[in-house]
Design a protein around this ligand. Structure first.
Ligand SMILES: [Zn+2]
Length: 167
């Protein structure tokens, strides 16, 4: 029996896709758009990659561009949370670590999305000025958390693109 995806056919599909790309939890998304958590998970696994991949075609490039723009703005938001957790009246290391995890996912997805936008070419996202700035900011806000900072720094170094371009 063919099953219609309630996310693909959703009026707010773009917003839901953007939330998925941003790494929001299935439960949060399901609650916000009143859809089932399973549908969200299935959509992400089965339909989102193809949808992002289709963005390679000129007609949909604008959409992927705007997803990327939203992702960058979410990055800024995440880093603002991180800064607040670090510099706020009450230091909140748990929140800071959550924000770090979120930022890492966003970076991964950003790299994927950039890859989709540039068909057939290897995008060295780590050379982009946005990435350089983001990395500098992540490292700087992580200063009070030496362990997390070390872990993130190691993760960044492991990237095949990072060689020879490390700060
Ligand atoms: Zn779907």
């Amino acid at each position: 029996m063919p099953r219609v995806c309630t996310i693909c056919t959703h009026l707010d599909r773009d917003a839901i896709d953007a939330a998925l790309v941003a790494g929001e939890g299935y439960r949060d998304i399901a609650r916000q758009w009143r859809v089932s958590k399973d549908a969200v998970a299935r959509h992400k696994a089965d339909h989102l990659p193809a949808h992002l991949s289709k963005a390679k075609h000129a007609t949909e490039t604008t959409q992927a561009d705007s997803l990327l723009g939203q992702l960058l703005s979410l990055n800024r938001h995440t880093l603002a949370i991180l800064k607040e957790a670090r510099d706020g009246e009450e230091k909140d290391s748990e929140l800071a670590l959550k924000a770090i995890a979120r930022a890492e996912k966003q970076i991964e997805l950003q790299a994927k999305l950039l890859g989709e936008l540039q068909e057939g070419t290897t995008v060295n996202v780590f050379l982009l000025p946005e990435w350089q700035q983001l990395r500098a900011r992540i490292i700087s806000v992580l200063a009070p958390y030496p362990q997390a900072r070390l872990a993130v720094a190691h993760a960044l170094e492991r990237s095949p693109y990072a060689n020879g371009h490390g700060a």
